[in-house]
Design a protein around this ligand. Structure first.
Ligand SMILES: Nc1ncnc2c1ncn2[C@@H]1O[C@H](COP(=O)(O)OP(=O)(O)OP(=O)(O)O)[C@@H](O)[C@H]1O
Length: 452
């Protein structure tokens, strides 16, 4: 530690002085700076092992935006620098976001001396050992693993193993976040087309006006923005697998176009009259009840019969509690590596708690909850406290109205509204997004932000 260099940036002179007095007993060189605008100059002068950075400079007290900008600039200059954040109590959400964005750790103000020393030492040792910096939001690089401990999921995987090598069309049904996308990829991986493309089209996010050109392609000049010829998703997937996600969201006119393509196994690019043959394996998914849609005539029966040669119902996570422990362990392995955290296990007590919660966002919600808990964990074993900040899983199930009080922040309100809408719509992302006036992507971003 005597060769190590640390920079502390905070616009409060008292904080700078106190932190320096404490840390210079442990670290060879401790520089302090009150003005973050000097950071580029300082980084050009010295290669710091670690930087202790305040997130809330006075210019931008509440959002931490300035802190995020500086974090980016430090990591751009040297991605191996360890950045530890100073955050105020109540800013834990921001700290989680910052760690996802590449910071190594955070310390709450006012700090405990031992804790601050320990975090800075760990950061410097990590830098000197040359280990990877915490990821900047990249997901694990290993191929996706399907966790299936429950009898229901084992049976689904068993069916998939048997039907994957055939070319049968498969329809995956289940609530949002139950793993339909993962299973579609698994079907492709186990099929004879595994070395060919796997192409996903999210039909739920596709405006009607783009439907045809996105799926079937277009030729130059077909419409104002068509500056070049472009292949659509079906052509891209040729000889491989096409995964049509949220097929229940497609309007009747588009259903007719889709049906023609599937029957004829040909696509015609928008603006052209030359059909092209395609050879694709079709996997579709939806959280909608397609039989009910057929009954109320909003979904074509002939299209349903075309896509559901094999129909697989993925149960919601609350109906397969045996998967919860293994999934939690699986995500823990991924995130402790990604965030370089020494968290070893999920405690049996935590698994018990997790099983009591009803997981409206299913596996996706569990995944985000574990990610957040890993970031925030203060010990080697994840416990219910890391998880829910002391609120019991049962309280998370409450459907009550918004709590009053003037201490509530805008983000709390937003999170609560999403939770309520999720409960109302049984976790159906499309309906929740519609109720809240958001796109599905915007909703996912917010759910990610709130660890839902
Ligand atoms: N059985 C599983 N094993 C491992 N990871 C899983 C499993 N099921 C889901 N996941 C993970 O949970 C997250 C959500 O899964 P996925 O995107 O497949 O759900 P989905 O049903 O397609 O959701 P949506 O309906 O919202 O598109 C993904 O990150 C996925 O990797």
């Amino acid at each position: 530690m005597q060769t190590a260099k640390l920079l502390i940036v905070d616009d409060d002179a008292d904080v700078l002085l106190a932190a320096k007095l404490l840390l210079k007993r442990h670290v060879g060189q401790v520089d302090i700076e009150k003005n973050p605008d000097k950071l580029p100059f300082l980084l050009g002068q010295t290669r710091y092992d670690a930087i202790l950075l305040d997130m809330n400079f006075t210019r931008d007290v509440s959002s931490g935006k300035e802190g995020f900008d500086w974090l980016d600039r430090i990591l751009d200059a040297d991605p191996t620098t360890r950045v530890v954040l100073f955050t105020a109590y109540g800013d834990v959400e921001m700290a989680v976001r910052a760690i996802k964005a590449g910071a190594s750790d955070f310390v709450l103000k006012p700090w405990e001396n031992d804790k601050l020393v320990e975090v800075i030492k760990t950061a410097i040792e990590g830098k000197q050992a040359g280990s990877e910096t915490s990821s900047s939001g990249q997901k694990g690089t290993s191929p996706p693993t399907v966790i299936a401990q429950s009898a229901a999921m084992r049976q689904i995987l068993d069916t998939i193993e048997r039907v994957a090598p055939t070319d049968a069309n498969i329809l995956l049904l289940g609530e949002n976040g139950t793993g339909k996308d993962v299973l579609a990829r698994e079907i492709h991986r186990l099929s004879n087309r595994r070395d060919k493309p796997f192409v996903c089209a999210d039909l739920g996010a596709l405006p009607d006006s783009l439907f045809e050109s996105e799926l079937f392609g277009h030729v130059k000049g077909a419409f104002t923005d068509a500056r070049d010829d472009r292949a659509g998703r079906f052509e891209e997937a040729n000889s491989g697998t096409i995964f049509l996600d949220e097929i229940g969201n497609v309007g009747l006119a588009q259903q007719a176009r889709l049906l023609t393509v599937l029957q004829q196994r040909q696509v015609t690019r928008v603006g052209s009259n030359k059909p092209r043959s395609i050879d694709v394996r079709l996997v579709c998914a939806t959280n909608a009840d397609l039989n009910a849609r057929v009954a109320d005539r909003s979904f074509r029966q002939d299209l349903l019969y075309r896509v559901n040669t094999i129909e697989l119902h993925i149960p919601p996570l609350r109906d397969r509690p045996d998967d919860i422990g293994p999934l939690a362990e699986h995500f823990l392995r991924i995130y402790r590596k990604q965030y370089n955290r020494a968290v070893g296990q999920v405690s049996p007590d935590l698994v018990k708690h997790l099983k009591q919660y009803h997981w409206p966002g299913n596996v996706r919600e569990l995944q985000h909850a574990i990610e957040r808990a890993v970031i925030l964990a203060r010990g080697p074993v994840l416990t219910p406290d890391d998880f829910f900040f002391g609120s019991s899983p049962a309280s998370m199930q409450g459907t009550g109205g918004l709590p009053g009080g003037d201490t509530m922040q805008l983000e709390d309100v937003e999170r609560r509204l999403i939770q309520q809408a999720m409960q109302k719509h049984g976790g159906n992302i499309t309906d929740v997004a519609r109720q809240l006036g958001l796109s599905r992507q915007a909703l996912y971003r917010r759910m990610e932000k709130y660890g839902m």
